[in-house]
Write a protein that binds this ligand. Structure first.
Ligand code: ATP
Length: 271
């Protein structure tokens, strides 16, 4: 039995304006991308030292970390290969390292490329040194990753991005400045929630008055971008299944309330 993986190349199309808020993160990425993308003339001898190998996008779930990875790939005109960390660690000992090696070989063949590891912590957790099978496999995968990162050649640009909610357990060897640069993607603040709401109101074709969007942004304190998106998705579904009238402020308020209750219930169920 050979574990199947769902990796597939595509060139994404996510523009900065498709992501609401996070101006600071966008600015930071743009600086790095000008160097990776070659729009800044780099002294030949310094190319290898100056081009970043990759990023770790870290923060709570649903905040757009994968979305940012796609934006990075779009900006570079790069193909993107998204793999889930657990997919790799669930493989047999030896298979995981081979998978990582094959992934990078494939990425180099398709360069410029961005390799994204979702749930990066599952493969890049700190090496424990304990002698159990699990951590041994983990160690070997981290070692393979380090080999791939250190073998980086600027003329074959392959950028590696890990996404995680557990930056605290990521192996320090990967967090050295010459390897992954950590970028924090936190829960959206009020201004970001307003922009996210605007993005998805437009995407789903739900007409909402500006004042109502502001109220929605205020009511979604503590929620992530994915949850704000779901309000508009539900609103649109309701409109399609109902009599076709767009949702009013009251209806949107009800949807936000439902979301909050569903989340509280989830927290209760988890204990
Ligand atoms: P996880 O940690 O659970 O993997 P994530 O941080 O990678 O989550 P994404 O999968 O990128 O989150 O986000 C899910 C969806 O939520 C996105 O595809 C997008 O539709 C929406 N979303 C999240 N943040 C934003 C944002 N800032 N602007 C617009 N849409 C957003």
């Amino acid at each position: 039995f050979k574990a199947r993986t769902s990796s597939a190349f595509e060139v994404p199309n996510v523009k900065p304006e498709d992501i609401g808020g996070y101006a600071e993160v966008k600015r930071e990425l743009e600086r790095a991308l000008r160097i990776v993308g070659g729009t800044v003339e780099l002294p030949a001898g310094l190319r290898h030292d100056l081009v970043p190998r990759g990023f770790i996008f870290h923060g709570p779930p649903g905040t757009g970390k994968t979305l940012f990875a796609k934006m990075v790939a779009s900006r570079l005109g790069a193909t993107i290969l998204v793999v889930s960390g657990p997919e790799i660690t669930d493989m047999y000992v030896g298979e995981s390292e081979r998978k990582v090696r094959d992934l990078f070989a494939e990425a180099r063949r398709n360069a410029p490329a961005v390799v994204v590891f979702d749930e990066f912590d599952s493969i890049a957790a700190r090496r424990t040194g304990r002698d159990d099978g699990g951590s041994r496999a983990g160690n070997a995968v981290v070692a393979q990753l380090l080999t791939e990162l250190d073998g980086f050649r600027p003329e074959v640009p392959v950028l590696t991005i890990g996404t995680t909610n557990r930056i605290d357990i990521i192996d320090d060897a990967l967090l050295r400045p010459s390897r992954f640069r950590p970028v924090k993607i936190d829960l959206p603040d009020l201004a970001a929630r307003l922009e996210i709401a605007r993005v998805h109101a437009e995407h789903f074709g739900v007409p909402v008055a500006p004042a109502v969007l502001v109220r929605l942004a205020q009511a979604t304190e503590g929620m992530n971008g994915d949850e704000i998106r779901s309000v508009f998705r539900e609103a649109r579904v309701g409109q399609l299944l109902g009599d076709g009238t767009p949702p009013d402020a009251r209806r949107l308020g009800v949807l936000v309330g439902e979301l909050r209750r569903a989340r509280q219930q989830r927290d209760l169920d988890r204990g």
